[in-house]
Design a binder for this molecule. Structure first.
Ligand code: GAF
Length: 366
């Protein structure tokens, strides 16, 4: 049972400011961001909201309605506790490190982005916190530096070695458009979904964690592949360079092949979206899933099953694992108006076969 605890009841005063940020779903371009490559995420309706009131001292008192727990610490004396509060401590830590004057605050967090769903609950929290602190303490930080600060908090304080995609998506993406981002330069463009399609996002109920060893292992394998090939980043290779990968040990060859072909699939997906070609975009979703499953090996049997069930639906153009993998969610490209029904049909079959409890997150229920 969750206790409805308002800011007023927690802190005996109203908040000075309220800020929020959405979760994200990545359409295509997975595990390319830390290789300097391309990604194509968009926002989901689920959001994280932060209410905040400044304090005269340095205490930061935080209540999270999501975890139904509170914690406090002193701004400027953040120490990792390997707990959810590290996301908040990480934000005040990086803001102060960057020279911003941030003191104590009372903070209440609430989120509808499910944790461990591969939909960036962490980045949504980081961006919502950054927006709230920026507003309450009058800090001038634009959307791109804000995303960089969020990533820094996660890399350097929380200890999760993520790339920049999620923070950029939560900071800059907009409903109805995908954010076509070059993670090397952070140049971006907004691309509309083809007419006549909509997305369905289904959470498998199998939780993922990117602080875990598998994500880190994939990053290391990419670095090893780069060192063996004499390139700075896998982004430096193109599909025409694929024959060069044959010189690598088989595991590294597969990892590098995923990244190089996935970068190309992002470019092809943008072209398909601009041409309004839903069938071509769906085929790229399918190919991306196969590459993540066989070459990058970040899928799991439950997710493969869910993708296969989705692919069998008549209204579906393509489906794939989205996010870091090892659990989480799938994204489905479906005919417009059918996303919810498709999601529910997939969920029923998946729950029956796996005994897991999946949830259709997009389109949201009535
Ligand atoms: C996670 C990471 F946080 C992102 O940076 C990205 O690498 C993604 O996994 C895989 O594409 O969400």
């Amino acid at each position: 049972m969750t206790i409805p605890t308002t800011f007023q009841r927690l802190f005996d005063r109203p908040p000075d400011t309220t800020a929020s940020a959405p979760g994200r779903v990545n359409l295509i371009g997975e595990h390319t961001d830390y290789n300097g490559g391309f990604v194509l995420p968009t926002v989901i309706p689920q959001r994280t909201t932060v209410e905040l009131a400044r304090r005269a001292d340095d205490r930061v008192r935080v209540w999270s309605a999501s975890v139904q727990a509170g914690a406090e610490y002193a701004a400027g004396r953040e120490v990792p506790r390997h707990d959810w509060i590290d996301y908040v401590q990480g934000i005040t830590h990086v803001l102060r490190e960057a020279g911003f004057r941030v003191g104590g605050a009372d903070v209440r967090i609430e989120s509808s982005v499910p944790l461990g769903s591969g939909l960036s609950s962490s980045a949504a929290l980081e961006i919502a916190l950054l927006r709230a602190f920026a507003r309450a303490f009058d800090l001038a930080v634009d959307a791109v530096p804000l995303a960089r600060l969020g990533q820094r908090a996660e890399n350097a304080f929380v200890g999760a070695p993520c790339g920049i995609m999620d923070q950029m998506a939560c900071s800059l993406a907009e409903d109805g458009f995908a954010l076509f981002l070059d993670t090397r330069t952070l140049a971006f463009d907004r691309v509309a979904l083809p007419p006549g399609v909509e997305l369905a996002v289904i959470n498998s109920g199998v939780s993922h964690r990117i602080t875990g060893g598998d994500y880190r292992a994939r990053r290391r394998e990419c670095e090893e592949a780069c060192a063996a090939l004499g390139v700075a980043q896998l982004r430096d290779l193109e599909v025409a360079d694929l024959p060069r990968l044959a010189s690598l040990p088989p595991v590294l060859e597969r990892r590098a092949r995923h990244v190089v072909t996935e970068d190309q699939r992002v470019l092809d997906a943008v072209a398909a979206m601009r041409a309004g070609d839903a069938a071509a975009l769906g085929a790229l979703f399918d190919a991306s899933h196969v590459s993540m499953r066989d070459d990058y090996e970040v899928s799991i049997p439950e997710i493969d099953l869910m993708v296969a069930v989705a692919r069998r639906q008549e209204e579906v153009y393509g489906a794939r694992l989205t996010g870091g993998g090892f659990g989480g969610s799938i994204v489905v490209l479906a005919r417009r108006g059918t996303g919810r029904a498709v999601g529910e049909a997939v969920l029923r079959e998946y729950d029956r076969q796996t005994g897991q409890h999946a949830t259709v997150l997009v389109p949201p229920g009535a």
